[in-house]
Design a protein around this ligand. Structure first.
Ligand SMILES: NC(=O)c1ccc[n+]([C@@H]2O[C@H](COP(=O)([O-])OP(=O)(O)OC[C@H]3O[C@@H](n4cnc5c(N)ncnc54)[C@H](O)[C@@H]3O)[C@@H](O)[C@H]2O)c1
Ligand SMILES: [Zn+2]
Length: 357
């Protein structure tokens, strides 16, 4: 079998990427094909798609790798490249890279000339199960993660695990956190298969099916609520506190990987889930032990709670001064719009700090 079942046909999980991409390229004029990638992927991933029919027609722009380049200057570089090379509304932009690149490239394609078609080809586990799907695009601004952006869906996302062989272990384990999240909010079966998979010694044959099921969970939430008015908020589990950790880490120049921030955020939000939604303490403890063993310790000082809380108030999903969380009443179930006050958020941070001592 070359393709794996997904929730919607535009997300293609395949072992035959060249064929799938080739079919899409053939629908566009030869002089309107644009490839956007970053330095590491230009070296490691572009050669893996070079035999795609139509590949030689691509005009290519390469931006520097890494989260610190998810900034306006990189978007400008892509806009300039597209503008100077005759891109128009009949063009196709193919974004090849991790979540940093797919967020940026999708934003650039969505905004130039009021938007052109784009395809994401995610090359990290995190981007395959999460970032490349769902249409959230954008870049970091004013010290805040994803501060500027639009929601706009790719015409297709093509997922092939071949790219993952060159991923380093921290980045692999980072992506694994989003699969854990999908299991926790939606499916005990998925959680079980994720727990049975060893991210430190990955079996790529098993992985492709797990990715297909994980991305299908995300995609179903997106499909039901593309603009995140209600059920899509489920996907924010671990992210409200996780984003605060991530932004803070960026602020003090000691960045942490997105999935690690999410794992730390899930630890603190498991505590909130216990307090607000009665998630049983045994479940909190069991999951905490597992997550800590995988993601290691992350130390935060008590003196940082206020700054972290302030970062949470910037989160786009809040209502008033209380912070809006997605929590889990049980493993495999979610509850959106759980507002927590500052005192409770500080308690959750304290719980997290004590776990990490
Ligand atoms: N849009 C969304 O819904 C959404 C969801 C989750 C995360 N994100 C965003 O995604 C970003 C994180 O994504 P990421 O973890 O993929 O980061 P990333 O794109 O920075 O990639 C991580 C590292 O892996 C390298 N890399 C990429 N592909 C590789 C490959 N095949 N082999 C070896 N190295 C490779 C990159 O150069 C980089 O150094 C963050 O900016 C986050 O905000 C977006
Ligand atoms: Zn995430």
């Amino acid at each position: 079998m070359n393709n794996f079942p997904t929730y919607n046909a535009s997300i293609i999980v395949t072992t035959n990427l060249e064929v799938e991409l080739g079919k899409i390229l053939s629908r566009y004029p030869e002089d309107k094909l644009f490839l956007v990638t970053e330095e590491t992927c230009n070296r490691l991933c572009v050669p893996l798609i070079a035999s795609t029919p139509g590949f030689s027609k691509f005009k290519k722009v390469v931006i520097p790798s890494g989260e610190s380049n998810k900034k306006l200057a990189s978007v400008e570089k892509i806009w300039l490249f597209l503008s100077q090379n005759g891109a128009d509304r009949k063009s196709l932009v193919v974004n090849l890279g991790g979540g940093m690149l797919t967020d940026l490239g999708s934003f650039a394609a969505s905004t130039i000339k009021r938007g052109m078609d784009f395809v994401n080809i995610p090359t990290t586990l995190l981007a395959q199960v999460d970032a490349s799907v769902g249409g959230k695009t954008g870049f970091n601004f004013n010290g805040l993660k994803n501060e500027i952006g639009v929601i706009n869906q790719p015409i297709s996302v093509i997922i092939d695990t071949r790219f993952l062989h060159s991923i380093d272990q921290p980045n692999f384990i980072s992506g694994y956190a989003e699969m854990i999240k999908h299991g926790l909010i939606n499916s005990v079966d998925h959680l079980q298969e994720v727990q049975n998979f060893d991210p430190k010694n990955p079996n790529f044959e098993t992985l492709i099916g797990i990715i297909a099921r994980s991305v299908a969970i995300k995609d179903e939430f997106v499909f039901q609520d593309p603009n995140e008015r209600n059920v899509r908020k489920a996907l924010n589990f671990g992210h409200t506190i996780g984003h605060a950790f991530e932004s803070y880490a960026m602020e003090i120049d000691q960045p942490i990987l997105h999935g690690y921030a999410v794992a730390y955020g899930m630890l603190a939000e498991l505590y909130l889930s216990h307090k607000v939604c009665n998630l049983p303490l045994e479940v909190v403890n069991e999951l905490s032990t597992w997550l800590l063993a995988l993601y290691g310790k992350y130390t935060i000082e008590e003196s940082r709670y206020e700054a972290l809380f302030q970062l949470m108030t910037h989160d786009k999903k809040n209502e008033g001064s209380r912070i809006n969380f997605t929590l889990i009443p049980a493993a495999g179930e979610m509850a959106i719009n759980q507002n927590c006050d500052k005192k409770l958020v500080f308690e959750a941070l304290e719980y997290f700090r004590n776990l990490n001592r």
